[in-house]
Design a protein around this ligand. Structure first.
Ligand code: GLU
Length: 291
């Protein structure tokens, strides 16, 4: 029997900080005690923000921490055609629709609602839900707009998708030790509304690439920050629609700055490069991360 497969999946759009170190070390520790594998995946679908320099610094920081991973590393920007295939399946099955409303049109639509849209539903990250008007467009009108070159994004018809699955979805969440199951968490993908799965400038999305890659790479255990807890609902739904296995999840605590805010890539003080040049050792980093 093969052991579990973990992954650390950073986006090379900035330097790693203490929070990333915590996540990477946790994945490594769990892989080690369970005799599992650790993969590194570079999530660089946003070619305007991700750079080879950041990727090189991520690798250098991880090596400095003493983390080893399997080569070759999967770099998402080299696999757009695989995400397109998954999207094509959802298009064929009419689970996604072309959404033509621009950001400005969405804002105006919401602002025109009672009380200026103040009660308009918001997603778990606080963004207003997509109005979903284009879900109702007829096939002919859709084709006409697409042929006329009107810009659009592919959005998941979340209601239709749930109806297709036909049963409530959940995922297995684990405790801090990564071994003890907390229990089944009910997935509520509708809380996100009709999310974008692909855009014109980026022919995929975080959600779509992650579920395709996790399955393709044989990942069994997803250990990542609490900020992605609710995103799991959409990912579970996509796994179900694409016939991909459901995984084990552990959403770990987030490291906070002295003001109680989540660490960010712009905060230099907790950057691994800064800590290293301050003379801190990998053991200091473990301690600072509370490991
Ligand atoms: N690439 C994502 C990030 O850097 C993490 C994705 C994941 O672990 O599912 O926040």
């Amino acid at each position: 029997m093969t052991g579990p497969t973990f992954r650390f999946a950073p986006s090379p759009n900035g330097e790693l900080h203490l929070g990333h170190a915590f996540s990477a070390l946790l994945n490594r520790d769990l892989a080690k005690i369970q005799d599992g594998r650790l993969l590194l995946r570079i999530e660089d679908i946003d070619l305007t923000r991700c750079t080879p320099e950041y990727e090189a610094s991520i690798r250098a920081d991880l090596r400095w921490l003493g983390i080893a991973w399997e080569e070759p590393v999967r770099r998402q920007s080299e696999h757009f055609s695989e995400y397109e295939q998954a999207l094509a399946r959802l298009v064929r099955e009419e689970l996604v629709y072309p959404a033509f409303m621009s950001r400005g049109e969405i804002r105006a639509h919401i602002a025109a609602q009672p009380e200026g849209g103040r009660n308009w539903p918001r997603d778990p990250d606080g963004a207003p839900l997509y109005p979903g008007l284009d879900r109702m467009l007829g096939g002919r009108e859709r084709r006409r707009r697409m042929e006329a070159g009107q810009p659009f994004a592919w959005r998941l018809d979340v209601g239709g998708a749930l109806a297709r699955v036909g049963r409530p979805l959940s995922w297995r969440e684990y405790q801090d030790d990564g071994l003890t199951q907390v229990g089944a968490v009910d997935a509520d993908p509708e809380a996100w509304g009709d999310v974008i799965l692909a855009r014109r400038e980026i022919p995929t999305s975080y959600h779509l690439s992650v579920v395709v890659d996790d399955a393709l790479q044989g990942v069994t255990h997803v250990v990542r920050g609490r900020d992605l807890y609710h995103a799991t609902a959409i990912q579970r739904l996509l796994q179900e629609l694409l016939g991909l296995p459901s995984l084990h999840y552990r959403h770990h605590r987030l490291l906070l700055d002295p003001d109680g805010r989540k660490l960010s890539k712009s905060l230099r003080a907790t950057g691994l490069a800064a800590l290293r040049s301050d003379g801190k050792t990998p053991d200091d980093v473990r301690r600072l991360a509370g490991l």
